[in-house]
Each structure stands twice: as C-alpha cells, then as structure tokens.
Ligand binder design. Structure first.
Ligand code: MN
Length: 457
C-alpha cells in the first residue's frame, strides 16, 4: 500500500486514536467549517478533523493534518524531538520518484467544459476573506531551463469556475520559475496536488536550492519513491495517490488582485496583485477526500516551522556547535525561536542569538536557554527568561532588520505600517558559566525523568 492520505489516517487512528475526530453533522464550507476549526483551536484541541458531510457537496473534507507537533512527528514516524534533526538530513536522504502508468488520482477525469471548481468543497475561512481558497495543495511546476520539478504550497483563491489565483511570494521558487517563463513570453504549466500523505506538505516547505525536487524530499520522508502519473492536459506528472489534481497554467504577464485573506499571523494579508492559474483539468479519486488547511493559527505555523526550523538549526550550528535544539512556539507565529545550547563559556548565548536572528528574515526574536530547559514547553522558557537574565544586560536589539511584511508591527520609511522593517530582539536567558548561580530545585533528575506515570497513577 502506497503511503498516501488514507494510509496516514489509518496509521494515526491506530497509533493515536484521540488525535482523530469525525464530524457527522453537516457543515457549511462558507465560514461554518472554519468556525469549528477556530473554536477547537481556542479550546486547545488539535486533532485531525474529518468532516463527513459538507453542505452542497458529496466530498468529505479533512483538515488539521499538521495542527500539532505530535501530528507532524506521527507523519514522519518519529518523535517531536527528532523532527528537526531528521528534516536537516532530508536533502541528502532524497528518493527519486517512480513513473507508473495509472493511478487513483485519475479515476475521474474532467476536462474542457466539465471543469468546474464549484464541484469541490472549497472553504471560505475568515469573515473578510475575498473568497474561497484552496490552501494546502502542492503546486508542481518545472524549471523551463533545467526541467527540474518544483513543489511548493501557495494559497489559491477561486476567481471563476476555471480560474484560480496563485499567491507566489516574490522570493519563492515558483515565482522565480514563472518570471523565467514570462521572459520567454510563455505560460508556465502546473498541477496542484491536493490531499496526500502529510509528508507532501512538509516537503513543500523544504527551502533548499532550486535544483532540489521537493517530491524527492517527500520520498525521502516517506522512505519510498513517490509514484507519479502523467497529467492529462499538461506536460507534467502528479503523485498517483493524490486525492485531487488541478491541472492548468500560470498565465504569463497576467495578475489579478486577491485578498484580504486571514494569514498565519492571525491578521489579514493583502489584497495583492497575484498570478492567475487557468484550470485545464480536474482529476480525482472516485471517492476523493478534499483537504483544507485553516490558516489563522496553529496548523499553518507548525507547517511553516518544518521549513524554518531545520534551516535555522543548521545555520546556528555552523557557528555555535553547542546548539542542541531549536523550537518555534505557536504563539510566535513563525517569528520567535527558542534555541537550547550547552553553554561552554560566557557570551555563547549572545552569539547563538545573533546567529538565530540572522538565519531567516522572518525570525524576529531569539530566546537562548540552557540545556536543562525544555524548549517544547513555553512555561519553562518563560521561567528561564524570568529568572536567568537581566534585561539591561541580556536583551539586545538590532534596529530595523528586514522581517515578514505581514507583521503589522513592521514599518517602512515611506508607509505608516507593514513595510518589513522591525527591530530584531535577542534574549540570552542562559546562566553565567563563570559566576555562581542558584541550582534548580528538583528531585534527583535521573529519577523523575525515568518515572513512568502509568505505574503510579
Ligand atoms: Mn524548490
């Protein structure tokens, strides 16, 4: 059995049945489905959700595939602590894709006049969103020069029954490849693969060189080649076990406004003039499951962090080999990073913070802690900040670094807000090495860490 969405849902229900819930009551894809997601998040519930009945549609909708670190770890068949180290090795562990003649993704093929995005239960999420958006698909395109495939995740607003937007951030590989095609006066063919094993989304966050095919990264994460079938209307391939594939072309020189759209920052982004994707075919499994991602919150941030954290970890370790782990907390909405170090000499915490802040434009705040602080627990990190540093000596600012423009607290020299400029903050919350410091109060550490609560409770 190929490792696909259905395989994952089965494995999940076996391994962590409490992390999978079914909603049998009918939900409206306009606001109600996302309202359920939002309410769950507000109650700190993060299981995968399977909406069986969606108003006006026959396809069920699955959501929250990456809503917690536990789910990400489950998708990677590893522990929360091993996610980042494994992702660091992802590029070297790539497995080439394998072509096959046919696959379930083409059990139903709709082309020409049959193409209608209205047949899919595409969700409208936030009150002021400009429309319904497909969010967690992998847009697969090919480099017009080298032929190397590229896979990335972008938001796609529904403009018309056969027209989607494509919000390709200027630094993204897809935007770069579209500019290449446009320089030749050509459209760029693409296929949006929607609904597969969550490793596909994790691979889509891989930010390595242009020469890396993210579907090979996905294969590496799965430990097996991703099987591909030729598309029906474009010269590309799509994973054979995808639930839904949307084929088409990014139109050269055409931009259309989309947004506002509720973003991972918990604020609206846009409107912006984005690329458009003219749909030439929709193919799907006969009993396809539609996949949605609720952007305003945990799932989107978690997923982004599977791209940011391994890169930051590698970058920091290049100058501070004593860095043991990194973690980006949910409330930091991909702007805050915790770094755990083995502090061998004084000043190392500051150096680690500088490296962390330089590792990615999005990273605005770096908090450095000692190795006894659990960086997956916000309370422990806050405790270290509260008790192991003095702000005047241990906080430092880098004025007007470049950050994500979606941060409403950023500014520019010509606009009142959101220009991408903001101070970066380093917090060294590590104990001094050369000066005495109180010991943490606890029973013998080896003893309490080895306690198996089920033997006591
Ligand atoms: Mn790429």
């Amino acid at each position: 059995m190929a490792k696909d969405l259905r395989y994952f849902l089965e494995q999940l229900q076996k391994a962590m049945p409490e992390e999978f819930v079914r909603v049998r009551r009918e939900v409206d894809p306009r606001y109600e489905l996302s309202a359920v997601m939002h309410k769950m998040q507000a109650e700190r519930l993060h299981p995968v959700v399977f909406f069986e009945r969606v108003k006006g549609h026959t396809m069920p909708v699955v959501a929250n595939l990456w809503a917690s670190r536990k789910l990400v770890a489950c998708a990677m068949e590893t522990t929360v602590e091993q996610v980042v180290p494994r992702l660091v090795g992802g590029e070297t562990g790539r497995i080439p894709t394998r072509m096959v003649g046919s696959g379930p993704v083409q059990e139903v093929v709709l082309t020409g006049d049959q193409v209608d995005l209205g047949r899919l239960p595409i969700v409208t999420h936030c009150e002021e969103d400009s429309g319904a958006y497909i969010c967690p698909g992998m847009l697969i395109v090919r480099d017009p020069d080298t032929g190397v495939r590229n896979g990335g995740m972008y938001r796609h607003m529904v403009h018309a029954p056969r027209l989607l937007g494509a919000s390709l951030g200027p630094p993204s590989h897809a935007a770069h490849l579209l500019r290449k095609a446009e320089a030749r006066g050509e459209d760029l063919e693409g296929v949006i693969a929607l609904g597969h094993h969550p490793a596909m989304g994790i691979a889509s966050q891989h930010s390595g060189s242009l020469e890396v095919d993210e579907l090979e990264v996905m294969g590496g994460l799965l430990g097996e080649p991703v099987e591909m079938v030729p598309c029906q209307t474009v010269a590309l391939e799509v994973p054979a076990f995808t639930e839904i594939a949307i084929e088409g072309r990014l139109k050269a020189g055409v931009r259309r406004e989309d947004g506002p759209f509720g973003e991972f920052t918990w604020y609206y982004g846009g409107p912006r003039a984005n690329a458009v994707f003219e749909v030439t075919a929709i193919t799907h499994r006969h009993d396809a499951i539609f996949h949605d991602l609720y952007n305003v919150g945990h799932e989107h941030v978690n997923l982004m962090c599977t791209g940011l954290e391994p890169n930051a970890f590698q970058f920091i370790r290049a100058v501070v080999p004593q860095a043991r782990a990194v973690h980006m907390p949910l409330g930091g909405v991909a702007t805050v990073i915790y770094v755990q170090i083995r502090k061998e000499y004084d000043g190392l915490g500051k150096n680690a913070a500088l490296a962390a802040l330089a590792s990615h434009a999005f990273i605005e705040t770096a908090i450095i802690v000692d190795e006894d602080v659990n960086i997956y627990n916000d309370e422990e990190v806050m405790w270290a900040v509260a008790t192991r540093c003095d702000p005047e000596r241990d906080y430092f600012f880098v004025p007007e670094g470049h950050v994500c423009r979606l941060d409403p607290a950023s500014h520019s020299f010509t606009q009142s807000s959101q220009g991408g400029l903001k101070s970066k903050l380093g917090i060294d919350a590590t104990k001094p090495v050369e000066a005495p410091f109180p010991k943490r109060a606890e029973p013998p550490r080896a003893l309490w860490q080895a306690i198996r609560l089920e033997e006591y409770l």
